[in-house]
Write a protein that binds this ligand. Sequence first.
Ligand SMILES: Cc1cc2nc3c(=O)[nH]c(=O)nc-3n(C[C@H](O)[C@H](O)[C@H](O)COP(=O)(O)OP(=O)(O)OC[C@H]3O[C@@H](n4cnc5c(N)ncnc54)[C@H](O)[C@@H]3O)c2cc1C
Length: 463
Amino acid sequence: MSATRTADRARDELGAFEGELIGPEDAGYDEARTLFNAMIDKRPALIVRCASADEVGQVIAFARRQRLPIAVRGGGHNGGGLGSVDAGVVIDLSLLRAVSVDPGTRTVRVGGGCTWGEVDAATHEHGLAVPCGIISTTGVGGLTLGGGIGHLTRGYGLTIDNLLGAEVVLADGRCVRASTDANEDLFWAVRGGGGNFGVVTEFTFRAHPVSDVVGGPTFWAIEQTDEILSAYREFLPKLSRNATGFFCWHTVPPAPPFPEEIHMRKVCGIVWCIVGSDEDAERAMSPMLEVAEPLMHGVGRMPLHALNSAFDGLYGPGDQWYWRADFVNEIPDEAIAQNREWNEKMPSWKSGSHVYPIDGAAHDVSAGDTPWAYRDARWSQVIIGVDSDPASAGALREWAVRYWEAVHPYSAGGAYVNFMMDDEGQERVKATYGVNYGRLARAKATYDPENAFRVNQNIQPDS
Ligand SMILES: Cc1cc2nc3c(=O)[nH]c(=O)nc-3n(C[C@H](O)[C@H](O)[C@H](O)COP(=O)(O)OP(=O)(O)OC[C@H]3O[C@@H](n4cnc5c(N)ncnc54)[C@H](O)[C@@H]3O)c2cc1C
């Protein structure tokens, strides 16, 4: 069936529909199909902005009758473009954006199409926060269902560790609740198993009393990587849980607030987030500041939501992105040298790598308690090739893949699903879920036996 006919047929079959149906002939089509990663250019047969869980169910049924692949779009940030699909139906959740905070119970209900900036702003009004990611435009849906790493991971766990319940529209169109009291196996599966089990139209999170933090970057010259990273690998695991700092390699952006004399210098560094007093923060950071004189120490007190959006301007939509990732237990000297060498060869000034701490409260949960199998890994590393010029796409990929090949032998095996592209293969998905893959495959056989939700890091139903 042609894409035009799909849109017409959907209009006929779905009848009175509060949401929005957008086909290739419609004026808003190009804008609606655009993803955060401009390297991915997909042309769906139909994009449907659903206004309710009931409409999500109707669209799932329509797509399945037409035998069309289904993609689910939360924030549209996925590196591999898994929020869209060529010649299929995109269920776009951007109309489901309500956020409601209950300060009494410290719980937050969040529509399936929200971005984290919206949640952060609403919780901050009550002096609360839900652990989330470090860029505010990222979707709540994809980030949560994959796990969720950010500045509060050491203090309060992964985002999934703070998920209390979800409203899920299943492949058969039923809308069910998943929590410790209802459909417990589904609740287990959605806390890391991605969009494999259904469309989440509402999340309920536990929030924590976090308001202002001390945060920002400290940069050293990239040539000092060996000295700084070898100190950091000992320092970070001993740091108290109210403090964190992810390690990074970057090029200093050529703009304020970065001092002009270091613009475009390649650096290694730590991006801090400390929940506590200024004195607590100074005490926490001082062992690293004593290792060597930094080029820049740009740390100050700010609302958490300001830190969670500090890099939004730098990493806006429309750039080319290629990602590779691994979980890491130890960082031997050989890995440090490889990281330095590959970052000295960054293919563009927006490229780099981050090493996020995932210990502390994230280690309080056992490997089998959620699908996130790497509960003993200390870090989650991501390598990002990023540039605005489409002509550099090949070079970004080549650099990220070759860098990853050089450091992968020192890794724990799998990677965080949300830092993977869509070309890494089924073995890589299995390595990531490790001991939990079998249980996920059984849950998939229960909730989506025909693999209707397969545009994701796919878990195949147990036969
Ligand atoms: C600039 C940038 C910064 C990032 N920073 C972080 C970070 O700090 N921490 C971190 O953990 N991750 C981070 N990520 C990775 C991020 O978690 C993933 O890209 C994630 O997939 C984005 O979710 P999304 O909803 O925006 O994506 P989408 O592209 O909309 O969807 C991604 C996947 O999730 C599924 N999905 C989305 N919403 C739903 C839903 N409601 N129900 C069912 N399935 C759904 C989709 O089907 C798809 O498979 C970052 C990504 C980018 C681009």
